[in-house]
Design a protein around this ligand. Structure first.
Ligand code: ADP
Ligand code: MG
Length: 250
């Protein structure tokens, strides 16, 4: 049997008012696959990712995620099931969105405590393990404001992992970082990928795409214009628009 699709998007259409931002997107991400989404600003990358987490409502098409139908022709899962599904779909944004009044450890532990019903000791043990994984054990008691951007983003990743998600969505996780801090965040993402995490990653880090992506998806104007293995996308893309985009970012 082939790997089951962890994310299956079919004919997704999404508009903001009269602005059509997704115009029939089809995409499958299989178990343990890393799919990197690239494309110019405004092409619909963030919207696509946000639809996969039920943060945005698409008017047409379907999304199946972790074996569950999230949305079908504009009808999304009821609140309770949606919240359960969201615990299986971790999301990391460009802006880290840590709770400023909580310590690093509390930021990671709050999800398992409130949403997974763990007691304080269990949640702390889990969180310390995750902070070790992202290389921040020694920052457990620090406040977010005292961290660098790269450290904040690693905490945000640990916080997402604390829900033990089956899929991780990353929306330009390194775009807000000073260049010297990008590598430490990409390292953590590479570690996750190597462990078999299913990942959908919007990024302009073409090195990461070349090294880690099973498939690179190129979006333009609300459509996927090309999707292939990195060797093809970066060396011999079929679409002129892909070539032009890569020339602009590389
Ligand atoms: P990308 O992530 O590729 O830069 P986005 O998905 O953010 O693209 O945006 C795609 C289009 O949708 C853009 O034209 C943008 O202006 C529009 N858009 C995004 N979010 C909203 C919103 N909340 N309300 C209205 N329009 C939006
Ligand atoms: Mg975006």
């Amino acid at each position: 049997m082939t790997n089951p699709a962890m994310i299956k998007i079919s004919q997704l259409h999404k508009s903001y008012g009269s602005n059509q931002v997704l115009k029939g997107v089809d995409l499958e991400v299989d178990l343990s696959q890393v799919v990197v989404v690239i494309g110019p600003s405004g092409s619909g990358k963030s919207t696509l990712l946000r639809c996969c987490n039920g943060l945005e409502l698409a008017q047409e098409g379907t999304i199946d995620i972790c074996g569950q139908r999230l949305i079908e022709h504009g009808v999304i899962l009821p609140e309770k099931e949606l919240n359960r599904l969201r615990t299986q779909v971790g999301m990391v944004f460009q802006s880290f969105n840590l709770f400023p009044h909580l310590t690093v450890l509390e930021n990671v532990a709050v999800g398992p405590r409130t949403l997974r019903g763990m007691n304080a000791a269990q949640a702390e043990a889990l969180s310390m393990g995750l902070l070790a994984k992202v290389g921040l054990s020694e920052k457990a008691q620090a406040m977010p404001a005292s961290l660098s951007g790269g450290q904040k983003q690693r905490v945000a990743i640990a916080r997402a992992l604390a829900m033990e998600p089956k899929v991780m969505l990353f929306d330009e996780p390194t775009s807000a970082l000073d260049p010297e801090l990008v590598g430490e965040v990409l390292s953590v993402m590479k570690l996750l990928a190597k462990e078999g995490m299913t990942m959908m990653v919007v990024t302009h880090e073409m090195g990461f795409a070349k090294e880690m992506a099973d498939m690179v998806v190129v979006m333009d104007g609300g459509r996927i214009i090309e999707a292939d293995v990195p060797e093809v996308i970066f060396k011999r893309p079929k679409e002129e628009r892909t070539r032009a985009f890569l020339q602009a970012v590389l």
